[in-house]
Design a protein around this ligand. Structure first.
Ligand SMILES: Nc1nc2c(ncn2[C@@H]2O[C@H](COP(=O)(O)OP(=O)(O)OP(=O)(O)O)[C@@H](O)[C@H]2O)c(=O)[nH]1
Ligand SMILES: [Mg+2]
Length: 313
């Protein structure tokens, strides 16, 4: 029987469900996209971009890794946030292995020891992972922003706070050491027939991705609370090979927000539409016509009924 460097037998298929968890904005979705080599999860410089559980599937020869991107874990204030934090905390219960993503330790933390090197939110996550440390790979992301020496000191400090499976430094943005992370994950797969087709990279529909690419542009361009007050729903998706026709409703919570999204003479909505259309065209490999409509749905993010209608429950 032939075995490769992960101890895998060539004639069997190996699979695993791998959770990607961490605070908001640490780079979970950026990492997922790099791990599978395709953009299936939207990213932004603002916290709480991801609202759903999103699968990224990577199949190489006889291994299939199912990565699960989750919303950032934080103290929820409104109903929407309670729901999205639940997606993350429920995910880490059912996975074969979790990748816990953290940012480089601050200079202030580097003079401390023990769990207090972590910021308070990460200390909470450490408690949630209690008992699962050996099934947790701690991923130190954004190492492109620090000196190598600082990375080494950070790893030494993090190594002392729990008995993690491994600690892997990466830069999701620059794709540094991401392939090493994949090789690490492969050691934790078990024998099982592939769950998905070999070519499948995600479980979310093109329709959902189209709405997410619109939401990504809203996140990038809008300030303060507005990104958190928008939800995007695809109303029409006509699969015409000459030009795919997509129409989306953008729901906001207040009239004033509607005005800001539309902008002076519609300029803001136009630039959002153009940028999102280009991303959707790249995704679908086809010409796209994208129509956007802004509608007010008062206080939707606090309302269970509206959350259900918007597919967020
Ligand atoms: N410099 C640097 N920036 C990064 C890296 N990885 C992610 N980022 C940036 O960090 C920000 C947040 O990235 P996301 O991938 O959206 O983070 P997230 O953890 O998915 O955030 P939530 O979905 O809000 O929980 C974006 O501006 C990314 O470009 C990295 O390795 N280096
Ligand atoms: Mg995200």
């Amino acid at each position: 029987m032939q075995h490769n460097k992960n101890g895998h037998n060539h004639s069997e298929q190996y699979c695993g469900f791998i959770g990607i968890i961490g605070r908001p904005n640490v780079g979970k979705s950026t990492l997922l996209n790099q791990l599978i080599g395709q953009k299936v999860s939207i990213t932004a410089h603002k916290a709480q971009t991801t609202r759903n559980r999103i699968l990224g599937i990577r199949t190489d020869q006889n291994t299939q890794i199912v990565f699960i991107d989750t919303p950032g874990i934080h103290r929820p204030d409104k109903l929407l946030n309670r729901k999205i934090v639940a997606y993350a905390t429920e995910t880490l219960r059912d996975t074969d292995l979790n990748l816990w993503i953290v940012e480089p330790l601050t200079a202030n933390a580097l003079i401390k020891d023990g769990p207090s090197v972590l910021n308070p939110e990460d200390q909470e996550i450490l408690k949630m992972l209690s008992g699962k440390e050996k099934r947790t790979v701690l991923v130190l992301n954004k190492i492109d922003t620090i000196h190598q020496e600082q990375a080494l000191v950070s790893i030494a400090k993090l190594d002392k706070i729990a008995d993690f499976a491994e600690i892997v430094p990466v830069s999701a943005l620059k794709s540094t050491n991401v392939e090493h992370l994949v090789e690490t994950v492969k050691k934790y797969l078990s024998v099982h027939p592939f769950y998905f087709e070999r070519h499948q990279v995600t479980d979310v529909s093109e329709r959902f991705l189209a709405s997410e690419f619109v939401r990504e542009e809203l996140f990038i361009r809008l300030q303060q609370e507005i990104p958190y007050s928008v939800a995007v729903i695809v109303e029409q998706f006509e699969d015409d090979p000459k030009c795919i026709k997509i129409a989306c409703n953008i729901f906001v919570e207040r009239n004033s927000q509607k005005g800001i999204i539309i902008g002076k003479k519609g300029a803001m909505l136009k630039s959002i539409g153009t940028a999102a259309r280009k991303k959707i065209e790249r995704l679908l490999g086809n010409k796209v016509h994208l129509a956007l409509y802004v509608k007010v749905l008062k206080q939707w993010s606090h309302n269970a009924h509206h959350l259900r209608t918007l597919g967020l429950d």
